[in-house]
Structures are given as C-alpha cells and as structure tokens.
Design a protein around this ligand. Structure first.
Ligand SMILES: [Zn+2]
Length: 307
C-alpha cells in the first residue's frame, strides 16, 4: 500500500475540512456537535476537527493538529481541543497507510441498521457494491474509549472503506477527504433505499452471475474487490438473511415447483444458480413469469385453433 497523505498547503486542507463539515451538517449526518473528521497530511501529522463544535460552523482556525498518537502538537489559535474520537482515526491511519482522510458520522439511515443489528445486505444495489463494497458492522463499544477503535480494526481489510459501529454510527475512509465524504453519502443513501424497499415488502437480489459481472466491471474501474475470487463459491450475501428475513417472500417462507416439486428458492430469478448459492427469492417475478407462460400457451392454442 502506498502512502497517499494529503500534501496540499495546509490552509487549503483546513478550508476543505470546514466545507465538508458544512455538507455533513446540511445533510443531517451529524446533529449538534456530533461527528468528527480528519486528514492525514504527513507521517506524523494529522489535521482533525475539534471537540464540542458543530461541523456546520467550522472555521479553518478551529482545526486541530495531532501526531499519530493523538497528542496535540500545535497550540490551537482559538484554544480548541481535538476530537475525543481521534483514536478511531489514528487506528485506521496506522492500519491503512493508503488512507489520508477519515469521517466518523451518525448518518440516520445507516445508524438505524447499526442499532437494529441488521448487517447491510450484499448484491442489492450496483452503486453500493462498486463504491462501498462489503460494509461490516462492528460490535458496540463505548465512545471515546480505546474499545471503539479496537472494535473496528479487525474489520479493516485492504479494500474496506466503510464500517458501521454498533448502536452508534459509521466511519468512512479513503485516499481523499472528498472521496471519503462521497462514501458517507453513498452509505446513507443505500441504507435509505434499503428501508424504502423494506416498506414495499419485496427485494430482488442479484444472482452470483450478475454479481460476478458487476465485480468485473468494478475491477475494470480500478477498484479491485476480493469477493470477485469467491463470488462463484457463494461468498457474497452470507449476511443477507437478517435484512431479507421479514419479507413476505423470504427464502424461509417461499417455495416453488419449478423443478417438479416444492424446493427452496435459490437464485435471483427463482430458477437456481450454478453455484447453488442461496439468493433472495423473486416470487413476484416467478408469478409474473408463470402468468406470461400461461398467456403464451393460450395465445398459441388460440392461434392453432384459428388456423
Ligand atoms: Zn459518534
């Protein structure tokens, strides 16, 4: 992994930290003084937001400077103290030298999943798959304690860029602050779509072949995804059960007679997959397909009758 620390003039970085803070606040990702973000500008130098201030009203001089161990190494002109969650940021920087920006936030829709303890499903939405990849949820840990970064670091792989924190919020990280912010936006937008889908009562899930093709496209974008090596073997969607369980046509409740008997559904279109990987049922598509088939046969019979 290459170091990609932000080497722009620090004044520029400070201004961007303020601008991103405003966007985080306007989007409703952080209420009151919640949340924090940082940019690594050198091996032992990190710019971070101060504690106790709304991210919507930051000024460049509010930004604090810490070393890689979290000690404030410059007197802040406005007397600000660094965020108490800086340990989370530093743990990520230490594990991933290719990361130069971290945002910890409480985006409402994503946080709701972290509170409900429902893992984010895979194979649902191409945007989320390409730009986020697999997003895991860490167990709950008390904010500002060392237990919080300790709960996250085991989940950070070489391609991880987003994590949920149990009963708490999210953390996003990437090579630039603006890209990290995009990850946060995409994460909450994805969770909002999942909630809306839940209200509609039905979800189609990409089958392994569709996922493989998508991950190949992702790789062509220069975004490798380790799941590509195992998508055929069923490594995608292991944790989908919690999200899909309460749908009326969940795998637990659905069956079909497409193979001449009542079998559990496997495959996004209800007719199995080469790998046998369980994928969410598409009962309504099955019903529609059955209706279409009946209609086709009826039309043929009518045509033959007329002929
Ligand atoms: Zn927090």
């Amino acid at each position: 992994m290459n170091n990609q620390w932000d080497n722009r003039p620090e004044r520029e970085v400070r201004q961007e930290i303020c601008e991103i803070g405003r966007r985080i606040w306007i989007k409703g990702f952080c209420a009151g003084n919640e949340g924090n973000h940082s940019v690594r500008v050198g091996e032992n130098r990190v710019l971070c937001t101060p504690t106790g201030i709304s991210k919507g009203f930051l000024e460049p001089d509010d930004v604090c400077v810490v070393d890689i161990n979290g000690d404030q190494i410059e007197v802040n002109r406005k007397g600000r103290k660094r965020t108490s969650e800086v340990k989370v940021h530093l743990a990520i920087y230490k594990k991933r030298p290719d990361v130069s920006a971290v945002i910890h936030s409480h985006p409402p829709h994503a946080t709701a999943f972290a509170i409900a303890g429902i893992p984010l499903p895979e194979g649902i939405h191409p945007e989320a798959e390409v730009f986020l990849g697999k997003v895991q949820t860490a167990h709950y840990a008390t904010p500002s304690k060392q237990a919080l970064p300790d709960s996250l670091t085991p989940l950070i792989g070489p391609q991880t860029n987003s994590l949920l924190m149990g009963n708490h919020g999210s953390v996003s990280f990437s090579a630039t602050l603006i890209d990290t912010y995009y990850k946060l936006e995409i994460l909450d937008a994805y969770c909002r779509v999942l909630m809306l889908t839940k209200q509609l009562g039905h979800a189609n899930v990409l089958n392994p072949n569709q996922m493989k093709e998508l991950l190949e496209v992702k790789q062509q974008f220069g975004l490798p995804d380790e799941r590509l090596a195992c998508v055929d073997k069923g490594c995608v969607g292991d944790d989908n059960g919690s999200f899909l369980a309460s749908f009326g046509d969940s795998p637990a409740s659905a069956s079909c007679s497409c193979n001449g008997g009542s079998v559990d559904h496997h495959g996004g279109n209800g007719h199995g997959t080469a790998s046998g990987v369980p994928v969410q049922v598409n009962q309504r598509s099955n019903d529609a397909a059955l209706e279409a088939m009946v209609q086709t046969i009826t039309n043929q019979i009518m045509a033959n009758t007329r002929g």
